[in-house]
Each structure stands twice: as C-alpha cells, then as structure tokens.
Design a protein around this ligand. Structure first.
Ligand code: ZN
Length: 426
C-alpha cells in the first residue's frame, strides 16, 4: 500500500535545473510516517525496476510523468476578475479587483471560490502555489481549509491594506496585524501549509502596517512574505511621491525590513542594477508574471539582467491580472517576454529552462529547494501525467520531436489543460 510506482516517459531535474529524461522511466514512491508520499527512486525503467522486484507498477504508455507545476504568485479571489478590460493596473484594481475582493467578507463565498480555485489548479497541473487571499481573515481560512482537505502544499496569507483602498477591502492597522498573527498560529506549518505575510504593495500600507508586517516576519522567520514591486511606471511614480526619501521602489521594502529569504515580489520589471543586486544579496525572489504583464501592458521582465545579478526568480500566473491558470500559457508568454529585445536585450529561453522556472526553479526561489519540483529521491512526490497526444496538432508535432527540448517546446507552445491527464499530490 505505501509503495507505488508509475512507468512512462519521465522528466526530472537536478538541483541546478538540469533536466534528466528517460523515454522509458520508472518513478517509485513511498509514504512516510506523516502520510506524505515521497520519491524513493526514479530513472530508467530497467535499472530502477531491478532494485524493487515484485513492485506493482501502473503503466502509462505514451505519457510524460513530470514534476507538478508551481505557481509563485496568484490571487485566488480574483478568479472572477480574469479577462476584465481596463486601462492599465490602477484603473483595473479600482473597477474590477477591489469590488470582487470585497465579497470575501462572506465566508460562504470564500469557500465556494476556494473550491473552484483548487479544482482549476488541479486541472492545470499546478500542485503548489503562493497565493494572495483578501484582507478578510475568512478568505484565508477558506483557502487553507480547502488546501488541507486536499493534502496540498500551499502557501497563502491575508492581504494587508490599510490605506489608499476603498471601503470593503481596507483593513485597520492594529487589527490587521493581530489577525495575521492569529492566522500564522492557526495555519503555518500545519501539514504542508505555510503562511505568507502579505502587504499588498507599498502604496496600500501605512508605515505602521509595514513596520508591523516586518516585525511579524522577524518573529516568524520561516514564514513567507509576498507583495508586488515595480510592475508599472504609473505605480513606480506614485511610490516615488509617497516615499521621496527612498532610493527606489524596492528600497522602500528594504527600509522596512521586508527583503529576506522566502520574500517573493511579483513583477520586478522596472528595477535597476542596484535593485537587482539588493535582491540577490537578500535572497529575495521575483515572481515573473508574463501573461499579466502582457495583458496589462506593464513591461517586460529582463531575464538577462536577472541572470547577471543572480536574482532568484520563477514563473507565476498572477491571475486575475494574468489571463490563464495554465503553466503552458505562462511558459509561452515568458518565452515572448524573453524574446522581446526593444526595451532590454532579447534572448531565447530554452524550453527546459522555462519548465524549470515553473517547477524546481520556482521551488528553489520559494525556499523549497529539494522539497518539491524536481522528483529527486527524498522529495515530495507531487507530479503530473501529461498526454503529448492530447490534440491532433500536438500529437503530430510531438511525434516529430527529436530531442527533449523539442518535445517540451511543442508542449509549451501548443499545450493547455487538455494535456494534463492526471495529477498526483503527495
Ligand atoms: Zn499580483
């Protein structure tokens, strides 16, 4: 019962992001004492099977077994905001996002959306996410209750926003910090759940709230921090007016003490070299959100500069600014963003590199290296079973693939939720 094995094409990563591929592979898992399924062995079928004689095996002919996808930045309450037309980020927040989030004061609504959200992640092969809830504690309880029921590795937190926010989503400074502390106590470290301290973005938080968030982060060093930075030029200008003494938008967070390992900032587009160096030095990670950035016209993440400065980064849907839960759509959009060569140097990200950014690379950026995202022995066995023949064109294209890179790129360009046949969570 506690050991299980799957045979098919098998994709894994080493801890540096190098892919390993077996056209006939075997993945062997075993449940640990806590009931979490871990990878016991993986590799070429012949060699691995010989080490585990008599083990029953589920055969998945023509299917690709791969690490579950990791979404580094998503707003679960923004399900109903996807595809809302607006004139850039700030009007989009005002007209669509804040009204949608205000409904999460109702626990029944939050629970219904949380169920739909996790169904949607599963349909798309996403097994771990770092998610914003809303400013209402009930939205966080709904998120974690549902994640726990499904046994998922999920991270989330209550949004902090005590200023420049409309009635219905604006919170009270003192109460917001007490609520965050109580939610950390209730959920952080429960099974595979983790809490993220969540100042929405600098303009929406008073100095007292930012100081309080940083104090929580110091008291609970293994919690996460999640926020937004340097998404859009109007926003950057606004932050410069609010904090004339700060060197940059990112520097605002640094001054409050909100940059550290397990701190994740969405977007990171309009940064300079000093900002990127600061991210590297503090081991702060960027959640690159390409479909959102293209949709809202925010700009293009500079992959070459991020690599040059050793910035931790990985991929994210940023739903509802993002237009899809599908990791395939996100990876393709990341490829477009990488190619763009007018506002920064253009480059071609390798398909396996895009895939790494949405699995093991995202895990490493989250401080979960070796825990999920690679299918290395000892890691948690969250994985997907993909069908490279899911559509006629995909079947035709993948049949002609002569290398792993060609196979992965065909899936990235032509794939979507129809490719995801099965999701196995640890
Ligand atoms: Zn966001």
């Amino acid at each position: 019962m506690s050991m299980q094995a799957w045979r098919g094409q098998l994709l894994r990563f080493d801890s540096e992001g190098r892919p390993a591929y077996d056209s006939d592979g075997l993945l062997v898992t075993r449940q640990d004492a806590d009931g979490v399924r871990r990878v016991l062995d993986a590799g070429a079928h012949g060699a691995v099977a010989a080490r585990h004689p008599g083990l029953p095996v589920e055969h998945l002919p023509g299917r690709l077994i791969a690490p579950g996808f990791i979404d580094m930045h998503v707003h679960y309450p923004q399900l109903d905001v996807i595809g809302s037309p607006a004139d850039g980020l700030l009007p989009w927040l005002e007209h669509y996002t804040f009204p949608a989030e205000a409904r999460f004061a109702d626990p029944a609504h939050a629970a219904e959306v949380a169920r739909f959200f996790f169904d949607e992640l599963a349909r798309n092969g996403v097994t771990t996410a770092l998610a914003f809830a809303t400013s209402h504690p009930a939205s966080v309880d709904a998120f974690f209750t549902e994640a726990q029921r499904r046994g998922l590795r999920m991270i989330g937190g209550k949004v902090l926003q005590d200023r420049h926010s409309p009635d219905g989503v604006r919170d009270q400074t003192e109460q917001s910090l007490l609520d965050s502390e109580a939610l950390i106590q209730r959920w952080h470290g429960q099974g595979r759940l983790g809490y993220a301290i969540t100042p929405r973005f600098a303009p929406s938080c008073s100095d007292a709230q930012m100081h309080g968030a940083a104090e929580l982060a110091r008291r609970h060093p293994d919690t996460w921090i999640q926020s937004h930075v340097a998404e859009n030029k109007d926003e950057v200008r606004w932050v410069r007016e609010l904090y004339p003494q700060a060197r940059s938008y990112l520097d605002v967070y640094q001054r409050f003490g909100l940059l550290r390992p397990r701190a994740v900032y969405a977007h990171c587009i309009h940064l300079d070299a000093a900002d990127r160096l600061l991210m590297h030095e503090t081991q702060t990670a960027a959640a690159v959100s390409p479909t959102s950035n293209l949709f809202l016209g925010s700009g293009f993440f500079d992959y070459a500069a991020a690599a040059r400065h050793g910035m931790l980064h990985g991929l994210a849907s940023d739903v509802g600014g993002g237009t899809s839960f599908s990791p395939f759509h996100t990876m393709l959009a990341a490829y477009y963003v990488g190619r763009e060569g007018q506002s920064k140097p253009g480059l071609s990200l390798a398909p396996s590199q895009l895939w790494w950014q949405h699995t093991g690379g995202a895990a490493r950026a989250l401080g979960l290296g070796g825990v999920v995202g690679t299918l290395q022995p000892g890691s948690e066995a969250d994985f997907v079973v993909l069908n490279p023949q899911a559509t006629p064109l995909l079947a035709r294209k993948t049949a002609q693939a002569n290398s792993l890179e060609e196979l992965l790129f065909a899936l990235i360009v032509l794939g979507d939720d129809r490719v995801v046949e099965q999701v196995v969570g640890a």
